[in-house]
Write a protein that binds this ligand. Structure first.
Ligand code: NAI
Length: 509
């Protein structure tokens, strides 16, 4: 069977006209297709059509479409009484409540209403496509079509084949997505699909390291913005989405993966979720809010005035130490040239995936004078340093004062393998690699989906190229060794590419 999605009379049903359904209806109508739209709540579909009309009119005022196109698109939307009126549809998109029984009941009824050629899809964000479709008489024409909120602004749509979905269905959905002016990405069914799986690396690793006492919510957010290049840190993002969404999704993905440690949820998120401290929507989350609902960021403490008497940089990490020596010379500090630090020197180490304690003890350095500096990222907008648990505070302050002496802020975190940014980004890459390994999607599509769907500065594989595949692998290996926690074991797909010294984007024949 084939569906010609370019046909002029293509008719798409949208069931459920809440936040998602109305957005899907809007891009479908704007793409020149007829829409039949319904909602179980009386009046909801009419409200949605009114909303869509206003959105399209606003787009016309801004000049992104013409007034005539806006009027014609709105006119292509017809409100129908119920799903029983979906017979003329070539595709029916379900965007109702996220409840398995409700979705299954709807599709079971729809099967007897629509023609045998009609494609049935769910916009579910968290349920297995295979599971929803399993009870259907014709699961082969059922697939996932996962849009992102707000639909008209978020170009990505994940086209998900369940175990029994036939190829032609996803071919048609890819073409349909393009006709809706979306950027479709094709994948096979997996917990969290693609984007929501990768997103766990960001939110969960951020939460785990705060739980461990490594840093604060605000500092993690600052580091991920200024050092990692993200638009928002993990806690700022969770504030916007709400822990009522992020926490259940995290637990679900973890359990759907049979408690895979890589996706282990965080107690920080769970307790806040249970206490109703959800984020912006509860006016209190990781941050407090002022009366205009602006997050209150406590200002950073000024950098100490202290400076070290002399500085010695460990040569063990050749690249990192060269970067640090170059920076110190720009700051007007000359570095000791001896093979060992002098008696009173501040000792700087530049570990990849090691904590300051491991770096100091393994190199036979005095841990009371040792400070680790994260040199893996550009040290232009912010620098991250960490003492060992017994570093003399005078040495910590001297390192902080020196590295902030050109006005660039410095974040001091507690001892942690991988500081803050190294470990969060390594987890994102590791998850990306496990998605590629399971052939859920191609490496190129994973990067495309993550940059479009999550607005990250790079997808997991580009991060590998930018930071070095072997560096990412070392971060994970060291974390795995230091924590003795399988959560951090490097994925074998990543390990092989690190051993071979090739880009993570290298196509496999
Ligand atoms: P929503 O609560 O804004 O809208 C759901 C609509 O479906 C409501 O208008 C409700 O009256 C209607 N409805 C409920 N049961 C129905 C039934 N049996 N028949 C017809 N209409 C019914 O929810 P939202 O956020 O639009 O989510 C809809 C679906 O999209 C869910 O499966 C959700 O997981 C998924 N999704 C949500 C995203 C989001 O960011 N909100 C992102 C991607 C997917």
């Amino acid at each position: 069977m084939k569906l010609d999605v370019s046909r002029a009379d293509l008719t798409v049903g949208v069931i459920g006209t809440g936040a998602m359904g109305r957005g899907i209806a809007q891009v479908t109508a704007a793409g020149g297709m007829r829409v039949l739209m319904t909602d179980a709540r009386p009046g909801a579909a009419a409200e949605a059509k009114d909303f869509i009309g206003k959105m399209l009119d606003r787009a016309a005022e801004k000049g992104s479409i013409s007034k005539d196109e806006a009027t014609a698109a709105t006119a292509r939307i017809t409100i129908v009484d119920s799903h029983k009126d979906m017979k003329p549809c070539h595709v029916v998109i379900e965007a109702i409540v996220e409840n398995l029984d409700a979705k299954r009941a709807l599709f079971t009824e729809l099967e007897d209403i629509v023609t045998p050629e009609c494609i049935l899809v769910s916009n579910t964000s968290s349920m297995s496509v295979t599971t929803i479709g399993a009870k259907l008489k014709t699961p082969q024409r059922f697939a996932g079509f996962h849009f992102f909120n707000p639909v008209p602004l978020m170009k990505l749509v994940e086209v998900i084949s369940g175990l029994l979905t036939e190829e032609w269905v996803c071919d048609a959905l890819m073409a349909l997505g393009r006709r809706m002016t979306r950027e479709p990405v094709r994948l096979t069914d997996a917990p969290g699909f693609l984007v929501n799986q990768v997103g766990r690396g960001f939110s969960l690793e951020g939460s785990h390291l705060v739980y461990e006492g490594v840093s604060t919510f605000a500092d993690v957010d600052r580091v991920m913005r200024d050092v990692g290049g993200f638009r928002m840190g993990p806690f700022e993002l969770m504030e916007l989405t709400g822990l009522d969404v992020t926490q259940p999704a995290s637990s679900l993905i973890y359990n759907q993966f049979f408690q895979e440690p890589r996706y282990r949820p965080s107690l920080i998120m769970q307790s806040r979720f249970e206490a109703g401290v959800l984020g912006r929507k509860s006016k209190k989350g990781f941050y407090e809010y002022d009366k205009d609902m602006k997050a209150i960021f406590a200002p950073e403490a000024p950098a100490p005035a202290a400076r070290p008497e002399s500085v010695w940089v460990s040569p063990v990490e050749a690249v990192g130490s060269a970067k640090l020596i170059e920076l110190l010379s720009k700051l007007g500090t000359s570095v000791e040239t001896g093979a060992k630090p002098s008696a009173k020197a501040l000792i700087l180490v530049t570990p990849i995936g090691e904590d300051a304690t491991t770096a100091a003890t393994s190199q036979g350095l005095d841990p009371k004078r040792t400070i680790a500096v994260d040199t893996l990222f550009p040290m232009v907008k912010r620098r991250t340093i960490m003492p060992t648990p017994i570093t003399d505070p005078a040495y910590r302050d001297a390192a902080h004062g020196l590295l902030a002496s050109d006005g660039v802020p410095v974040t001091v975190c507690r001892d942690s393998p991988g500081f803050i940014a190294q470990r969060i980004i390594a987890m994102i890459v590791n998850i990306g690699c496990s998605i590629a390994q399971s052939r859920t999607a191609s490496a190129a599509d994973i990067d495309k989906a993550v940059t479009l769907g999550l607005n990250y500065p790079n997808g997991p594989f580009k991060f590998g190229d930018v930071l070095g595949v072997q560096n990412i692998h070392r971060i994970l290996e060291n974390m795995n060794k230091i924590y003795a926690d399988p959560r951090y074991r490097p994925n074998i797909w990543l390990t092989r590419r690190a051993k071979l010294g090739v880009s993570l984007l290298t196509p496999e024949p």
